[in-house]
Design a protein. Structure first.
Length: 217
């Protein structure tokens, strides 16, 4: 059972609302201060709840952090499972997945930064997940891509590396938003930036794999 699921066993509306409020606050604080720099007092102040509520629902800062990571990964992988299926065409699937990942970078940039910081710190909390659960999910998604290739619907490519490229290109608009904003002369990234980003990534990924694949065979 995940740390997030453990605090929501058939909880009532008030419990769920408070847990959501704590997690939302935790995302903001962890993104700004990192795991080591964050305290439960910081989270309580951001959530505008008594510190006792934080400990009642989660117990420790580590459990809150793990729950935040669980939530981030659930959202990301649910999107992958939704879009990358055998029933969809490669174009529909990849364009849809890229749009959804760009939207998450726009709407939940802090979540992406927490994940990136966790990996850069050695993935202390995520390593077991990466080695087993994520590896299995990538194998499942890769099998779909392999089937598309076998059907002749797209150019041959290594499926796992395709996913790595999509993750890198879409999440850079969250993780390196300051750099992108500086280069574009924008104090913050607006909807147009994300729209153009999604179109550009789709052109680079989808058009090269689908429009041109028969011409190169």
């Amino acid at each position: 059972m995940s740390d997030l699921a453990a605090v929501l066993p058939r909880g009532g509306r008030l419990r769920r609302a408070r847990v959501a409020r704590i997690l939302e606050a935790a995302v903001q604080v962890f993104a700004a201060k990192g795991f080591e720099g964050t305290t439960t007092t910081d989270i309580a102040e951001r959530a505008e709840l008594p510190k006792a509520n934080i400990h009642y629902y989660f117990g420790t800062k580590e459990k809150i952090y793990r729950a935040v990571l669980d939530d981030i990964l659930d959202i990301w992988l649910d999107e992958a499972d939704h879009w990358i299926t055998r029933e969809r065409t490669p174009r529909e699937a990849l364009e849809g997945y890229i749009r959804s990942k760009i939207a998450l970078s726009r709407d939940k940039p802090e979540a992406s930064r927490i994940y990136a910081n966790e990996l850069l710190s050695g993935a202390v909390f995520l390593k077991p997940y990466l080695n087993f659960a994520l590896r299995d999910r990538v194998k499942t998604l890769s099998a779909v891509v392999t089937e598309w290739i076998a059907r002749g619907d797209m150019r041959p490519i290594e499926p796992a590396h395709l996913l790595f490229c999509i993750w890198a290109m879409t999440q850079t608009y969250a993780d390196f938003a300051v750099q992108i904003g500086a280069v574009l002369g924008k104090p913050s990234l607006d909807d147009n930036v994300f729209e153009v980003a999604g179109q550009t990534i789709s052109a680079l990924v989808v058009d090269s794999l689908i429009l041109g694949h028969r011409e190169t065979q």
